[in-house]
Write a protein that binds this ligand. Structure first.
Ligand code: TXA
Ligand code: MG
Length: 332
């Protein structure tokens, strides 16, 4: 299959929408990350997303719409949904509601659905033409999410017919996911912060998986199984100053990138590019300083922890890493 990479304009948007109607996959920009879209009402088309990504079948997809009415058609509305919609939508947030009629493929058999109305103008134009679009992040499962059309093309060249290029994503991490089915709960921090949510949902709770590897707590599974956002390089987080660890790695001749803690919104915007660049530049190790767990820092920490398979070093601690079959002991 030839994969077209086209700038967003009237013509490419029409092509994209007609491909969606034909049951094909189209990647499109949003303000968070690029999505890999299929017609949300076509179970056969949605199955193609899981095949293309290598995504586990039990992980539900978000449905993207371009109006409040579009959301109400797909999920059972309540007062919290109304309040969240009015405060944050369109925007980088997804709300999980009890689902109405949708193919089981979209929701992985759950009786709930994640609904999102993106803020990105190109996404809105695309959705107005294409209708409800089910879309995960447009990356091969387990790899960092894509924040440019080129990232998508690198992962899916030859496997999908069209990537719509709308430039670099502004937010850089995925949408905030909240469940409003029962008591409001934050399932994934993202472009809307917990502090912002608390102004509308004062009693919102935070799911323990946000900063912890709960799957590993439950069962003695191999750690790598739950690695997400992972480049080929080893990723280590430092709770403190990473300079020591960086110098130590350089002294050992390990090809390393080191990112100091900085403005959390900027770190969010750059995070996935940094992880992808690590592979492009064939690095062996990436060191990040862990951000504070507040504001966008919580969203960045959530991704970094997964990229690092929850490996966090405090000052003075050491660990053994494996680089191309050689073992090194590094100290932070
Ligand atoms: O910003 C985003 O959300 C991007 C863009 C493309 O919109 N999409 C995205 O999709 O990140 P994905 O599939 O990579 O992540 C969706 C997350 C997954 O963790 C999934 O388990 C959760 O949302 N999710 C989707 N539907 C759900 C549901 N009904 N109940 C609980 N979690 C749900
Ligand atoms: Mg994803």
């Amino acid at each position: 299959m030839i994969t077209q990479l086209l700038d967003v304009n009237e013509q490419s948007l029409k092509l994209g929408a007609s491909l969606i109607k034909q049951g094909e996959l189209v990647a499109f920009p949003t303000e968070t990350v690029y999505g890999l879209g299929a017609d949300a009402l076509n179970g056969e088309a949605v199955r193609k997303i899981f095949r293309a990504k290598g995504r586990p079948g039990d992980n539900p997809l978000i449905v993207h719409v371009s109006s409040k009415e579009g959301m109400k058609e797909l999920g059972y509305w309540n007062q919290s949904a109304e309040d969240v919609f009015n405060a944050f939508m369109p925007g980088p947030i997804t709300m999980v509601l009890k689902k109405k009629s949708l193919p089981d493929e979209v929701t992985a058999g759950l009786d709930t659905v994640g609904l999102r109305y993106p803020q990105h103008k190109d996404a809105q134009s695309f959705l107005k033409l294409a209708g409800a679009v089910a879309a995960p992040s447009a990356n091969i499962s387990g790899k960092p999410s894509p924040t440019t059309a080129q990232h998508v093309f690198n992962d899916f060249n030859g496997r999908i017919p069209l990537v719509l290029n709308g430039g670099e994503c502004g937010v850089g991490v995925e949408s905030t996911v909240i469940s409003l089915v029962d008591r409001p709960m934050l399932l994934r921090p993202g472009g809307v912060t917990l502090e912002q949510l608390q102004t509308v949902l004062p009693d919102i709770t935070v799911h323990q998986a946000v900063l912890k590897n709960v799957e590993l707590d439950k069962a003695a599974s191999p750690g790598m199984k739950y690695k997400h956002y992972a480049p080929n390089a080893v990723v280590i987080l430092v709770d403190g100053n990473g300079e020591w660890l960086y110098n130590n790695a350089c002294d050992c001749g390990i090809k390393t990138a080191y990112y100091k803690k900085s403005d959390a919104a900027l770190e969010a915007k750059l995070l996935f590019s940094r992880l992808r660049d690590a592979d492009q530049n064939q690095l062996d190790l990436v060191i990040f300083e862990l951000p504070a767990n507040s504001g966008m820092g919580l969203s960045v920490a959530n991704r970094m922890l997964r990229a690092a398979a929850f490996t966090v070093l405090k000052q003075g601690q050491s660990m053994e890493i494996d680089v191309k079959g050689r073992k090194y002991t590094l100290k932070a």
